[in-house]
Design a binder for this molecule. Structure first.
Ligand SMILES: NC(=O)c1ccc[n+]([C@@H]2O[C@H](COP(=O)([O-])OP(=O)(O)OC[C@H]3O[C@@H](n4cnc5c(N)ncnc54)[C@H](OP(=O)(O)O)[C@@H]3O)[C@@H](O)[C@H]2O)c1
Length: 265
């Protein structure tokens, strides 16, 4: 019960990993703040969480917009005048080849996957400094560690996220603040349905690779264990882990396998 009575803010709590984080943390009696755009979905999750914990608040926000994101940080803080842990989890993936992807799609992928977590972190620093503590959990991806077909913008954003948080871990400039980076491989969530295609329209399909991914419950249990143990970085993956290892030891083989697996996807 590490999270009992801890104030935990989850972005992207209306679906997938974020919703499962909410349920598992509610079961530990955490005080929750849930953020996403889809109010109806958040209200459903809130109701379910309130069966387990006494405190679960909602802060609706479109985190792809800087002004809304900054307001969301203040609103989230005001719920309990405290935040112990924040899961920077909201994200959108991509399904389009680089050469045909429009510039607006790259910008949209950077806004939600990179700039939103950076804006939240920068805005939380003064609060955490005053509080003398805080734990920031960045949900990155195996696509933050290696390129993969159809994900040029998503991989770029997650590489940027990795670079930002790894740097924070080396600077360690705000006393009492911890950072954990999570790099999941494929997890069974609806993420591929909202993936942006070449012109920004959603992919609207649950890819087979996604459905056959690691169960979201297993993924979230590992995330919470990593946060409890203040791990700097963990990978939660199956085949993608070995592809990453191959990248280091036999790069030529990596390009061949990634091409073969990714282009037929
Ligand atoms: N599933 C995987 O295989 C996998 C693998 C590696 C990394 N990840 C990462 O894990 C995180 C969660 O993904 P998931 O699989 O749980 O996907 P998901 O089920 O599609 O959930 C994505 C969440 O992000 C929120 N979101 C998207 N755009 C937003 C915006 N503009 N403003 C606020 N919230 C927004 C969505 O809420 P609304 O639509 O209601 O706004 C939703 O709650 C993402 O960062 C993703 O990159 C997932």
């Amino acid at each position: 019960m590490h999270f009992k009575n801890k104030v935990v803010w989850i972005t992207g709590a209306s679906s997938g990993i974020g919703a499962e984080l909410a349920w598992q943390l509610a079961a530990q009696n955490a005080k929750l703040i849930l953020t996403a755009r889809n109010e109806a979905a958040l209200i459903n999750i809130q109701k379910k969480c309130l069966e387990q914990t006494s405190f679960c608040k909602i802060v609706i926000s479109d985190l792809s917009k800087q002004n809304e994101t900054e307001i969301a940080v203040v609103n989230a803080w005001e719920q309990f005048q405290k935040i112990d842990v924040v899961f920077l989890n909201a994200g959108v993936t991509q399904r389009s080849l680089a050469f045909e992807t429009q510039m607006e799609v790259y910008r949209a992928l950077m806004e939600i996957n990179f700039f939103a977590p950076v804006i939240i972190t920068q805005k939380l620093f003064p609060f955490f400094e005053k509080q003398g503590s805080g734990h920031i959990v960045a949900i990155s991806s195996m696509a933050g560690l290696m390129g993969f077909p159809y994900r040029s913008g998503y991989a770029a954003a997650k590489h940027a996220l990795m670079g930002y948080f790894e740097t924070l871990q080396t600077e360690n400039a705000v006393a009492g603040v911890d950072y954990t980076i999570i790099s999941p491989g494929r997890i069974n969530t609806p993420i591929s349905a909202s993936a942006l295609t070449k012109d920004g329209t959603p992919h609207l399909r649950n890819d087979v690779g996604q459905i056959n991914g690691i169960p979201v419950e297993e993924c979230v249990t590992k995330i919470l264990n990593a946060v409890e143990n203040k791990k700097k970085h963990i990978i939660i993956a199956r085949g993608e882990y070995w592809l990453w290892v191959i990248k280091w030891f036999a790069p030529q083989l990596f390009y061949k396998i990634a091409h073969k697996k990714g282009m037929n996807n």
